[in-house]
Design a protein around this ligand. Structure first.
Ligand SMILES: [Zn+2]
Ligand SMILES: [Zn+2]
Length: 213
């Protein structure tokens, strides 16, 4: 058995180098790592990491914290990151494809509210459309915004290639069931170890293993 770390921020480490963290992970049975972009700069770093390490893959996107004024210019940059990656890796076809494996993280963060909510929503929609365009999944960040997250997601469930994970799940069992009904995957994280995590733990019990990350 091996693990895939689907949500790493190797570009934000404080005490280890990415090299050290990747080596440690491999030692613990982590075969692949997806480094998730939180900003344009972070997305570029994700791609650099994917270039550097054969077992690291990239997700590109702008976190809801940083989407104030997110618009066409930012979308163009994200598109060019996906396309740019496709063209330049030593003509190695196998590496050209599939190293940018997801779009995100994107969604809503009503806990910190660092960007206006309208900006979060506009950016979220743009990220989903980008993912559909390139036929890759979406990594959703939802903090205290379950209702709004579902409202946006519902507009896309009829799209055949819409695939998404609610990362760092913090809802209860009801919300988990709604996510499953919409075809979403759910990622559980250290949140399940918090003393007040009983709601999330109930969700863990109910989500079938093939639907969680
Ligand atoms: Zn993250
Ligand atoms: Zn997140």
């Amino acid at each position: 058995m091996y693990f895939i770390d689907t949500h790493a921020h190797l570009d934000m480490l404080k005490t280890l180098t990415p090299q050290e963290a990747v080596a440690k992970s491999v030692n613990e049975g982590v075969k692949y790592i997806i480094n998730v972009g939180s900003s344009l700069d972070g997305s570029k770093k994700s791609i650099e990491l994917a270039r550097k390490f054969s077992n690291v893959f990239a997700s590109i996107g702008v976190h809801p914290h940083y989407v104030r004024n997110f618009g066409k210019k930012e979308i163009k940059i994200l598109q060019s990151l996906i396309q740019g990656y496709s063209g330049t890796v030593n003509n190695n076809v196998r590496e050209r494809y599939k190293k940018v494996v997801a779009v995100g993280e994107t969604g809503f963060d009503f806990y910190r509210n660092l960007s206006p909510r309208v900006d979060m929503e506009r950016a979220f929609v743009s990220h989903i459309e980008l993912a559909l365009e390139y036929d890759i999944p979406v990594i959703i960040h939802d903090r205290d915004a379950h209702k709004q997250t579902l409202e946006v997601v519902k507009k896309y469930i009829d799209q055949k290639n819409f695939r998404a994970v609610v990362h760092c799940f913090s809802g209860d069992v009801n919300f988990a069931m709604q996510c499953l009904d919409l075809g979403l995957y759910i990622s559980f994280t250290g949140v399940i170890t918090f003393p007040n995590a009983s709601g999330v733990l109930k969700a863990v019990e109910k989500v079938p293993v093939e639907r969680y990350l």
